[in-house]
Design a protein around this ligand. Sequence first.
Ligand code: DLL
Length: 435
Amino acid sequence: MEYYIWNNEMETMPYEKIRELQGERLKACVSRMYGQVPYYTEKMQAAGISPEDIRSIDDLPHLPFTDKEDMRGNYPYGTFAVPMEDIVRIHSSSGTTGKQKVVGYTKNDIDIWSECCCRALAATGMTRKDILHVAYGYGLFTGGLGLHYGAEKMGATAIPVSSGNTKRQIQILIDFKPTALACTPSYALHLADEMAAQGIGPDDLHLKMGIFGAEPWSIEMKKQIEAKLGLRAFDIYGLSETMGPGVSISCEAGELLHIQSDHFIAEVVDPDTGSPLPEGELGELVFSSVTKEGTPLLRYNTHDLTRLFYEPCACGRTTVRMDKVTGRADDMLIIRGVNVFPTQIESILLNYGEVEPHYMIYVDRVSNLDRMEVQIEMTQAFFSDSIKEIETIERRLNADIQSVLGISAKITLVEPRRIPRSEGKAKRVIDRRTY
Ligand code: DLL
């Protein structure tokens, strides 16, 4: 099979050469930042490192880490490495708590971002003949504009629908005949359900590929979306701090996500010690965005949990690959001492044909004990079954969660459409414990 690769030179460069290039770009980035960006200069000085100590990519682990606290502590523009007159765009990410993380882009940063998103779209098999319906939000969130520019760079057609107004989204999906859809996986499911309720199925659509990301989702969720929308789903990853979407994407040959390694140097580190971990080991993903001019970040800890792989892929790309992100370390629930990610619960739930992929996890503390309840919607067909059958499924789900995760959860099957839908990133957990 022939795979479409946008930038053969960068995406199929032998790994040793990528490392060399990364080393050169790292050195240049460190010199650009040192003296220009006070917080990072101070960090380097505190660590006793000067730019001359960084001679190749092997010296990367000597540099200090950064994380969201550095972004917030230098709000809004303290992380910028160029004068404001060179900044052509600003985005930000709010997160759930604290100040926004503000990022600035130079003209060159926007060009590189468009290139990365264009490469990402090509990895899904999309070409300039395709029409991309962009239902990620346009605004301070990076999803909408990022993919929009990627599609235009390729020469494909972008429809800037933005998020919200599901009725209008459906009308555009039918009338404008887009062949590709970009939105969060949870919103893709919502769209599919709303269409099904109106009697619209995959055959009424023209979609071939879905570019889904911005939140964790399981392989089981992917299969359901593919079946409901009649397309092939790809996992796109990124974060505002390093650029936005397009940092990595899965390809036509497999589930792992190709990182744009000429722009982003990835490491996976031990969450406790910060030491880099070998290939295939699970840890926190750390990025150095070495070509970024506006807001370059060195060793930025995303706290996203994943693994890295260095073997070339069957698609022909040689870029470093990462596993699907299980979640952020902050999303991990600790229930009676057991670490659980919502995606692990999702994987178990979605093996059952009687339920829909819409769920919410509630955590409470009752008499000093953690209690977890998982509410999940029944399918319309199962909803009309007898109470006895519903209770049987609840018991079986509980037993599965107990045997896989080692904790018990109260399972409550609820009627269809009861769980709130989101137009962007889904909220899966309501933790009502007070600490
Ligand atoms: O979510 C950028 C983006 C837009 C990515 C559109 C993909 C598509 P932020 O709002 O800054 O940026 O949130 C970044 O979202 O650190 C992860 O925790 C999570 N995340 C993003 N993509 C994925 C994914 C955008 N494919 C944070 N799988 C990241 C799992 C993801 N988590």
